[in-house]
Every structure is written in structure tokens, then in C-alpha cells.
Design a protein around this ligand. Structure first.
Ligand code: NAG
Ligand code: NAG
Length: 383
């Protein structure tokens, strides 16, 4: 385990200390094309991300960054999140409807830039006449690293699904998407995970091909679901930086949403990990790597408040149990809403989460996430 921690610490240790002009820096590496000018002798076809080492961070509310997607890639984050809304026959990206603008669509902010980056990472040249299988990913230093595109369905799950699935077509047709072929996961440069109102019944509808994976409910995996414990009742007052995967405006069951679902008569649009299936349908084997990628839950909801700057033994045990339950099913663990202030507390929590095997850190502050001041210190081993 020490080795794993060291690996992560090294991966995250690449300090990007020059965020002052984030816009230029974020896009510059991807901007130069193969123009054939003399200066290009310094470049190689796939060098756009040459100095960037991927890190186990998830760029939460990525579209708030100066340059969506690129800022996160520049920081080496292996996962980015976009909240999408179906409006006017398109998918718009934003935290709330008041934040939407005509230009900020899923296509413009994510799909098309990814197509451009991946075309650049997978050049056809005289030296390299055919495409690699699988294609190279967005990170030159680790081309096999898939980038997770976490899409938070904000509007009705069924309708949003149809738009998301259709808009992924160009990525799908280029062979850029990770997919399940009925028996195995075939990795690709981009792994799409649906959260929010993503309906589980649609995720699993096709048993021989899936390329949108589920964000499973982490607190429902361990078998001893005690999320109704005493931590649970006092967590609603300071959730300003908390996430909203389970706080959608479409929480109530919609009367006609179930019409296309034959096997499931179930709650729709109830939020992360629970849409498109009812509680009684959640068994020990419901979620695994064939249908889900992440297993996630709100830290405050399931682990509770942190008093005295330290997690209690019970809280650490719970993190450990949830992480093991997820890993047994081949899922990656993600907590959102981890207290982010004061920073020393956040660093302490991050180091514990990494120590316990949590796979990805949900990050609002890219700069400090890719700095290493939170990595486990010797003293944390006894905390
Ligand atoms: C899925 O892909 C794996 C690896 O390429 C292959 O061995 C397996 O036969 C495929 N399964 C199906 C059902 O095609
Ligand atoms: C599953 O998806 C594949 C690939 O898109 C398609 O060919 C097949 O018909 C689908 N199967 C079902 C049952 O929808």
C-alpha cells in the first residue's frame, strides 16, 4: 500500500506553480498545430501534454474554471465534471439554469475540444500510418490513462440520456470511448460516467454494449447501510460548497418518465445513484464494473461532520468499509463535499482518504490539489 501512496504522491507532486495566466497556460500546449514551421522541430505530434503528469483528481464543477476542460487537463486531472441541462434541443452546461448561455454547450465545451485533442494525440503520419488500438489518451506522459467525463444529468433522466448518447456519437465513432462489450471493459481515451438523474435502467438496458457508466451509490454497497445514523440529521446547514448530485430540481417522480422502461417501475430523477431503480431493486450485486465506474456519496451525508479536526475511529472505519465494498465490485471511490476549509483540515482529510484507498479526490481548487502538501505524512499513519 505504501507503494501505491508513493505513486499517487509522485503523480500529484508535479507542481504547477504558474497559474497566473491560466487561460494562456491552459490552452497553449494544445494550440500549436502541425504547421510545419521551423519551430516545429521542437515539437512532436503528440507533445501537447508533454509535461503534464496525470493526477488522481476530479475537477468538480469544471465549467467554472477559466477554461473548462483545459484548466483541468493542464493540472493533470484525470476526471472532469459537467452539469448538463436539456433546453432548446441542445445540452447546455452550467451549475444552474441562470448560468447557461447559448455558447456554453456540452459540444462546444467538451465534445469538440476532446475530438481536437485526441485527433492531435493520434496523428496519422508516414512513420505511424495506422491508429493505435486503443487510441492514445489525452496525456502524453501516460497515453493509456483514460479521461473521465462525468456528466451530471440535471434535467429529466430519460430525455437527457437521449441527448447525451447522441452527442457522444463522434467520440464513439472514432473509437475514443471506453465500453463494455458484454464480457469485458475495452478501455478508451475517454470514459463517460453519468451521475445526477442518469437512469440506471437505461445504463444497463443493453447487455452487450455500454459506453455510459453509472455513478453508483457508495453508501448502498457495503451491505450494512447505516446512513440513517446520528451523523445524518445535522448536515444541511453549511453545505455551501457541497455538491448537488442529489439535489436536482427534478427530484419528484415524473408521471410519464417510466413509459419506456419495461422491467423497472421505479423512481425517476431522484438524483445520483438512485435514478431508474427503486430501493428494493438494489441488491449486493446490482452495481459492479460492468455497469458503473464510480461509487460516490456526499462525505457530509455519510461520514458526517468532522469535530476537533480529526476523524473519529468510527468515521475512518466507515470510509474503509465503503472503500473495500466498492473495490470488491471493481468501482472507484469518490466522496464529494469533503470539508475544504481550513486547508489544514482538508489536507488531513485528503491524506486519510488516499491512505484508505479512495481513488479520486473531488477538487474545487486545482492548484493545491496537484501540489503535494496533503499527501500522507508519517504522522498520519497513526492518526
Ligand atoms: C470482449 O472483448 C474481449 C477482449 O477484447 C474479448 O476477449 C471478448 O471475446 C469480447 N467479448 C465479446 C462478447 O465480444
Ligand atoms: C446494443 O448496442 C449495440 C451497439 O450499439 C447494438 O448493435 C445492439 O443492437 C444493442 N442491443 C440492444 C438490445 O439494444
Amino acid at each position: 500500500m505504501l507503494g501505491v501512496i508513493q505513486l499517487i504522491a509522485i503523480a500529484c507532486g508535479i507542481v504547477l506553480s504558474f497559474f497566473s495566466d491560466e487561460l494562456d497556460l491552459a490552452t497553449e500546449p494544445w494550440r500549436h498545430g502541425n504547421t510545419g514551421s521551423a519551430a516545429d522541430i521542437l515539437h512532436w505530434p503528440t507533445d501537447s501534454s508533454r509535461d503534464i503528469v496525470p493526477a488522481a483528481c476530479h475537477s468538480h464543477n469544471d465549467y467554472w474554471r477559466p477554461v473548462p476542460l483545459f484548466s483541468a487537463l493542464q493540472a493533470g486531472c484525470v476526471s472532469v465534471e459537467a452539469d448538463v441541462w436539456v433546453m432548446n434541443n441542445d445540452l447546455y452546461v452550467g451549475h444552474s439554469t441562470s448560468a447557461l448561455t447559448p455558447q456554453r454547450t456540452l459540444r462546444e465545451l467538451y465534445i469538440n475540444p476532446l475530438l481536437r485533442i485526441l485527433a492531435q494525440q493520434n496523428p496519422i503520419t508516414d512513420f505511424h500510418p495506422t491508429l493505435d488500438q486503443p487510441p492514445q489518451g489525452v496525456f502524453d506522459t501516460d497515453p493509456s490513462q483514460s479521461l473521465v467525463l462525468l456528466i451530471d444529468f440535471k434535467t429529466d433522466g430519460q430525455e437527457t440520456w437521449n441527448y447525451v448518447s447522441a452527442q457522444l456519437s463522434p467520440l464513439r465513432e472514432h473509437g475514443y470511448l471506453t465500453y463494455f462489450n458484454g464480457t469485458d471493459i475495452i478501455p478508451g481515451p475517454v470514459t463517460v460516467v453519468g451521475t445526477g438523474n442518469t437512469p440506471f435502467n437505461l445504463v444497463i438496458a443493453n447487455t452487450t454494449y455500454r459506453d455510459i457508466f453509472f455513478d453508483a451509490p457508495l453508501d448502498k454497497l457495503s451491505g450494512d447501510d447505516n446512513s440513517n445514523n446520528n451523523n445524518n440529521n445535522n448536515n444541511n446547514d453549511d453545505d455551501d460548497d457541497d455538491d448537488d448530485e442529489d439535489n436536482s430540481p427534478y427530484r419528484t417522480a415524473s408521471p410519464n418518465a417510466a413509459q419506456n422502461t419495461v422491467t423497472f417501475r421505479s423512481p425517476e430523477n431522484v438524483g445520483q445513484g438512485l435514478s431508474g431503480l427503486s430501493d428494493s431493486e438494489i441488491g449486493p450485486d446490482t452495481f459492479d464494473w460492468t455497469n458503473s465506474y464510480f461509487a460516490s456519496v456526499s462525505f457530509k451525508k455519510t461520514i458526517g461532520r468532522v469535530w476537533g479536526f480529526r476523524l473519529t475511529e468510527q468515521q475512518v472505519d466507515k470510509i474503509r468499509a465503503q472503500t473495500r465494498a466498492a473495490h470488491r465490485r471493481g468501482l472507484k471511490v469518490r466522496y464529494w463535499g469533503v470539508p475544504s476549509w481550513p486547508r489544514s483540515l482538508r489536507n488531513h482529510l485528503w491524506s486519510i482518504l488516499v491512505r484508505e484507498g479512495v481513488d479520486i479526490l473531488n477538487v474545487d481548487d486545482l492548484k493545491s490539489a496537484t501540489r503535494q502538501d496533503w499527501r500522507p505524512k508519517i504522522s498520519d499513519w497513526w492518526s
